[in-house]
Design a protein around this ligand. Structure first.
Ligand code: UDX
Length: 449
């Protein structure tokens, strides 16, 4: 099938590449000339395990092409995926300007039947806006070209996006057209072989499914973080509680790990956008607002615990930070807890000495060269001459820590662990002042009831 993908960001690149990999003829188009030039040269702008080799082999096989030529791209595919960004605008709503600009482009160049597919996470009702935009551009051209708009949200996790695309739990397609259903079935047939994964529903249900999925997952995390904060203050171990509740199949073990808050490109923005959508239709989504508020508070606990452990004496200190990305296996630092921490540290005159296996380039891009940000080559260098250590991301290489060794490295043996990687008792026995999440030491000054 001939397929066009607008947007060579994370979602567009993974979608285009995975569709090319099963034999489709894919053109990926972007207005960012620099990005396209890099891609043409085989330089992949994001880190995602397995993506680079998959891109290269499909480019080599001429099934995957990159271009800035929108006219050629629109002409190419019967399926036109829109996978451009939908950043939050000032009030937290998803900003649709890029999606609608693509709709205009499609309207401008299309000369035959097209299925326009919203792949980006877009608010409920966006497919109607995309349709209206294309219709108005066609009207200006005095052209009568048939097209359909459908919703096909992605459920990709960074770090396992290829696996999620090729072996995902479901493929949601929102459409009321049989023609679209047949074309989408054909498009996804190679990934729909062993069991029926395609779920057809209305466009609005598909659009809402994406937000509901992310909001549900974010809710699970904020709920666990709330219980962890309580457990800490009540003298219970959240790890026991996690196992205790996860064993109930109605609850399950997935996504109930407490931590220093969720980040990334999806949860923070989608929870906010859904709450905004709700208030636009006259409904105050109290739960969603609380999920967001709990997460915001959770991201500041790393700094609060550190400040507590150091008796508020932060000025002039050097703090080691292990992990900058919002989760392992990605270089993405969007809304990462490490950023909340570092920004608070800098505001208090602290120097950050950080290490991350993948995200240091990204960190430099965001914060630039500054005296109070030292990026080092490995985790050992990060703790050299540091006063305390904060762990923000659970990269595999951080999962072992010799308690005696770390005590010897840090001037005040304080370790703040935002990911519950170690046993509080072992740490305490070795003389490390160790703060985890929902277990061991607490910030609370009041005694457990
Ligand atoms: C998420 C969704 O999982 C995916 O389906 C959607 O398409 C995009 O958003 P992603 O943002 O890549 O994917 O990351 P994910 O692995 O879901 O983690 C999100 C955040 O939640 C991370 O910051 C992670 O550290 C945190 N998290 C996750 C927890 O704190 N506890 C958990 O139990 C699980």
């Amino acid at each position: 099938m001939k397929i066009t993908v607008f947007g060579t960001g994370y979602v567009g690149l993974v979608t285009g590449t995975c569709l090319a990999d099963v034999g489709h003829d894919v053109v990926c188009v972007d207005i960012d000339r620099n990005k396209i030039e890099r891609l043409v040269q085989g330089d992949i702008p994001i880190y995602e395990p397995g993506l680079e080799s998959m891109v290269l082999r499909n480019v080599e096989a001429r099934r995957l092409r990159f271009t800035t030529d929108a006219g050629m791209a629109v002409e190419h595919g019967v399926l036109q995926f829109i996978a451009v960004g939908t950043p939050p605008d000032e009030d937290g709503s998803a900003d649709l300007q890029y999606v609608l600009a693509v709709a205009s482009t499609i309207g401008q160049y299309m000369n035959g039947y097209k299925v326009v597919i919203d792949k980006s996470t877009v608010p409920v009702g966006t497919a109607d806006k995309v349709r209206d935009r294309i219709e108005s551009v066609l009207a200006e051209r005095v052209a009568d070209v048939p097209f359909d708009v459908c919703s096909n949200p992605e459920f990709l996790k960074e770090g396992s996006a290829l696996e999620d695309f090729t072996r995902g739990a479901r493929i949601v397609v929102g459409t009321d057209s049989d023609r679209v259903s047949d074309l989408m079935r054909e498009c996804y047939a190679p990934y729909n072989r062993n069991r029926e994964k395609l779920m057809f529903m209305s466009v609005r249900a598909a659009e809402l499914t994406k937000y509901a999925a992310n909001a549900m997952l974010a809710t699970k995390i904020s709920f666990m973080n709330e219980i962890a904060n309580l457990a800490e203050r009540l003298g219970a171990d959240i790890e026991d509680v996690r196992r205790g509740i996860g064993s109930d199949p109605r609850i399950g073990y997935h996504f109930i790990y407490p931590g220093c808050g969720y980040g990334g490109s999806c949860f923070p923005k989608d929870v906010q956008a859904l709450a905004r959508t709700a208030s636009k239709v006259g409904y105050e989504a109290e739960l969603l607002k609380a999920v967001e508020a709990v997460n915001k508070r959770q991201k500041s606990t790393l700094f609060e615990k550190l400040s507590h452990a150091l008796n508020g004496e932060l000025e002039g200190k050097t703090i080691a930070v292990w992990g900058l990305s919002f989760k392992p296996e990605t270089d993405d630092m969007r809304d990462a807890p490490s950023r909340t921490l570092m920004e608070a540290l800098w505001a208090h005159g602290v120097t950050v000495q950080a290490y991350d296996p993948e995200a240091m380039k990204e960190c430099r891009r965001i914060y630039g060269e500054r005296d109070d940000l030292i990026l080092v080559a490995d985790r050992i260098q990060a703790v050299k001459k540091a006063d305390a250590l904060v762990i923000c991301t659970e990269w595999k290489e951080f999962r072992t820590l010799d308690a005696e060794w770390i005590r010897g490295q840090l001037s005040t043996p304080v370790v703040i662990d935002g990911r519950n990687l170690f046993d509080p008792q072992t740490m305490a026995l070795a003389g490390v002042d160790y703060y985890a999440v929902g277990r061991g030491k607490t910030l609370s000054t009041s005694a457990p009831v």
